[in-house]
Design a protein around this ligand. Sequence first.
Ligand code: SF4
Length: 357
Amino acid sequence: MIAASRFRGARSVAVPWPAPVSRAPIAPVFLPHFGCPRRCLFCAQEAQTGVAAKAGLPGLLGAARARLAGRAARGLPPAELAFYGGTFTALPGEALGACLEFAESARRAGLISAFRCSTRPDAVDKAVLARLSAAGCATVELGVQSFADAALAGVGRGYTGAQARAACSLVAASGMGLVVQLLPGMPGGGPGDFLADVRAALALGARALRFYPCLVLEGTALAALWRAGAYAPWDMETTLETLARGWLAAHGAGAAVLRMGVAPGEELARALLAGPWHPALGSRVLGRALLLATSELTRGLGPFQETARLALDAPAFTQGHFWGHAGELRERWAALGLRPGDVRFGPEPLLRLRLEE
Ligand code: SF4
């Protein structure tokens, strides 16, 4: 919320600006395509995770235990175990049991602080959520991708927006934290759909979100559509601007955005055919979010003469992305009336815009 004040011929408006969330380190166990009932059009999890699907579950859990024990031997604090990739709650009974036993025993041994998992909305029900909760699961991440029926059908997700909403509500009511993963830019999904998805996820109780803009990866059905000219991914500018608006909506609701964009890696670089990928996508989005929020603040100041001077106080932790990647936002800041000499970085977690008349 914008707060305005006036003192000695100067006006100022301010909004709180959240410091980055400091989280326990994550110890991921990637289970690419394990438990998946189908292959979604956009998905190439080996490329996204760098883990081959042929790696068996015992080997993956064994490697995870060795990594956790290695952390403990080095005196590092317990990490949060995360089962990512695939459809965790649709694993065959024995495999799911092995993962839950692994997590429980790691927790009893003090190797992990908690665990989380990611799964599909149509693979959760009360019974499986109760099982996760009893095993000590703290957070369930739902790969919702979108709540729009047309976008879901377009990528062969196999569930509807109503099912995705019901799954979010079930997780939110289970006492475990709900994280919603969204995939902006799927076939049939525009910026307005994504922003509606963000609002829906927040209204359904998501404590945090992840934004993974849709990419065209080799070996997927989406790549065939793209080659046939039947699909075009979002361009970078649309992606950055739209994600910034989504980030601001999450921030306004007190929810964190845990990740924006797929992490870099050799496999991803080899598989990426098209789409808005950049190694600094998250910080580029944050720079635009600052710009959009400040632009909104200028409107909060009311009318002022062109000769008036604007000055901005911003939190020190924004300094790294404030002017954009390689200074890409400097001209847009200048168009708002703010040049480097007008911006002061300090310890307060807020954006305060001052007008000196
Ligand atoms: S997107 Fe999720 S559910 Fe679809 S194939 Fe990939 S891992 Fe499985």
